[in-house]
Design a binder for this molecule. Structure first.
Ligand code: SAH
Length: 221
């Protein structure tokens, strides 16, 4: 990626060598897209976690970010991003579950407009600032309930959900453009499946992308 992201120069466990190790691991696990791998190398994941955890930021693991939430595992972010760029034709993306904004930052260089929703306001405000300091400006933030989506700016070419839903959210299906795809973990803890749903002219088709483990997509009502 050509975009310069300030890195707050990493040393030791946040260095280039540590990042290369992560990229090698992602390749071994089946991530093929060099665009995605380059973007994972370019985005400083250590700036998305507390300083105390910075030395673990380039391990391929989810980490706590406070308020009972986590930063997603790099492999899962890579897999979802790869699936999205391989199947989406268009530039308008809705993300549900902003969290610390790591996935948002990864997506930001692949799509023109990213709309992102988070239910925890304090997390959202911190993330908004973080992405600004990284010179990422094509993200629109909403404090709200992801089950409802964000109809004002739809239809979307792609919708990506970073929390597991008990069932397919009908509002998100409705906010998909024809030809658009929704990538979402579905199921109860311990039995979640990453699901890709494509909206065709007269029907939706879905595909299973494998087992995953996400925090729940909270139902407010
Ligand atoms: N995308 C993040 C991971 C986020 S974890 C990353 O890149 O690391 C999932 C996030 O979904 C949490 O921040 C949680 O607060 C949020 N969330 C859970 N239920 C939600 C809902 N109904 N609406 C919006 N956000 C929700």
């Amino acid at each position: 990626m050509s975009k310069q992201i300030p890195q707050n120069q990493g040393i030791g466990m946040t260095s280039d060598r540590t990042r290369d190790r992560l990229i090698k691991r992602l390749k071994e696990q089946g991530i093929r897209s060099n665009l995605v791998l380059d973007q994972i190398r370019n985005i400083p994941r250590h700036l998305f976690v507390d300083e105390a955890l910075a030395t673990r930021a380039y391990e391929d693991t989810a980490l706590p970010i406070g308020l009972g939430q986590t930063i997603s595992q790099p492999f899962i972010v890579a897999k979802m991003t790869e699936a999205l760029i391989n199947s989406v034709d268009g530039d308008r993306i809705l993300e549900v579950g902003t969290g610390c904004g790591y996935q948002t930052a990864i997506l930001s260089s692949f799509f023109k407009e990213i709309y992102t929703i988070e239910r925890i306001r304090s997390l959202l405000l911190k993330t908004k600032q973080r992405l600004r300091t990284m010179n990422i400006y094509n993200v629109h933030f909403r404090h709200g309930d992801g089950w409802e989506g964000w109809s004002k700016y739809g239809l979307y070419n792609g919708i990506i959900v970073a929390a597991a839903a008990s069932e397919l959210p009908s509002n998100l299906l409705e906010q998909l453009d024809i030809g658009g795809v929704l990538i979402i973990p579905i199921g109860a803890p311990g039995e979640q499946e990453l699901t890709l749903v494509k909206r065709n002219h007269d029907h939706y088709e879905s595909k299973n992308l494998g087992s995953v483990s996400f925090v729940p997509l909270v139902k407010e009502k």
